[in-house]
Ligand binder design. Sequence first.
Ligand code: PFF
Length: 454
Amino acid sequence: MNQSVPRSTWTSHWAFILVTIGSAVGLGNIWKFSYLAGANGGSAFVLVYLCFVALIGLPLLMAEILIGRRGRGNPVSAMLKTAEESGNSPWWALLGWVGALGALAILSFYSVVAGWIADYLCQAVMGVQVDTPEKAAQGFSNLKDNPLRTGFWHTVFMVLTVWVVARGVVRGIETANKIMMPLLFLILLLLAVWGAKVGNMPMAMHFMFDFKAEALTPGVVLAAMGHAFFSLSLGMGAIMAYGSYLDRETSIGSTSLWVVAANVVIGLLSGMAIFSLTFGYGLSPSSGPGLILQALPLAFSHMPFGQIFSVLFFLFVLFAAWTSSISLMEPFVSWLTERCGMRRARAAWGTCVPVWLLGLAVCLSSSSVAGFKVFGYDLLDGLDQLTNRIMMPLSGLAIAVYVGWMLGRPIVADEAGLKGRAFSLWFNVLRYIVPIGITLVFLGLLIGLDKSIA
Ligand code: PFF
C-alpha cells in the first residue's frame, strides 16, 4: 500500500451528501425508472419500489458507507482492513473485487446509453423534429443501428468521465457534482412545472400513485426490488469508495437519509414530468427502453417551447448520467492509485481502455448491421442482467451479512454513531430483513418469476 499520498476527504458533509446523490441519481432514475414503471403497472411498481428503498436500500447504504469509512481505503482494502480488525477471513476482500469489477461492467454499457442521450441532446440543439410515432421509432433504430455513431458518443462520454475522475476526489468529483447537481435540480423543477402545464399531470399522478392491488405480481415486486439496488448504487463499491473519503464526525444515519430522500424525490419528480408529457400527448407509457427516447421527442416536437425543453431535458439526463459514471470508475481507480501507487490520471486513463473496448462491443452488438449475441442476449442486455440480477443482489446480501453478523456489534456501533433505539432498529433490519428480502428476490430472479419485466 502506498502510504505516502495523503488520503483526500470531502470538504464538508454536504459535499459528501451531494456526491452520493450524484452517484445515485442517474440513468436508473430517469431512463430505467420510467420504462420499468410504465411496463409494470405504474403505481404497483412505484409503491413497492418505495418500500424496498426504505427497508433494504437505506440500511444497506449505511452499511456500505460504514465499511468504506472504517476501512479508509478503496473497496478491496477497506474490506481487507475491516476484516483484519474484526478477526475475519481476508477472503472477504473478494467482495471489494466484485464491486470494483462489477462497477466497470456497468460503466461499459452505461456509457453507451449515456452516449445515446448525448446524441439526442445534439439533435435537440440542432432542432431536429419528430412529428410522427413512426419517425420517432425510426430515429431511435437509426441511431442504434449505426455503431460508428453510437461508438463516437460512447467515446465522448468516456472521455468526459475520465477527465473528471483524473482530476481527483475534491478537484474533480466534488467540483463536478457541485456544478452539475444544482443545475440538474433546477432543470428538473422547470421540467416538472412545464410538464404539469402542457401535459396531463392528473393522469400521471393517477398512473403513479393510485394503488391497484391486481397489478401487484411477483414479477413487479422483483423488478421493484432490483431497481431499488440499481437506483441507490448499491453493492458495486461506489458508495464504499465515496464513504472512504468521509470524515469521522459526520453522522452516517442522517447523511444516508438525505441521500435516499433526494434520490426518491428526484426519481418521482422526473417520473411525473415524463408521464405527464407522455399522457398529455396521447402516447403509451409502456413502450419499453425507448420510452424517453421515442415518446418524449415526439411530445417535445408538438409542445410550446418544445426545442428549449428538449435541450433542457437531455442535458438533465446527461448530467445525471455523468455524475453516476464517475462513481462507477472511482472504486477501481482508487485501488490502482492506493495499491499500485499509480498516478491518478494514469490510473483513470488505464481503467478507461478496457471499459471503452467493451463499450464498443456493446455498440456493435446492439446494432442490426453487426449485431451479435452472447448466450442469447445482446451485450447491453446481458451485462445489465448479469450486474443487476446476479452481482448486485449477491454483493448486497454479503454486505448485510458482513456488517450485521461478522464485523461485531462494538465496531459497528462505534462507527455508525447511532444511539439507542435508532441503532437497534437499523442493526436488526440489516441482520434479518435485508438478507431475507434479498434471498427471496434472488431466488425469484433465478427461477424466472420476473418474466413481466420489460
Ligand atoms: N445509481 C445509478 C443510476 O441510477 O443510474 C447507477 C449506478 C451508479 C449503479 C453507481 C451502481 C453504481 F455503483
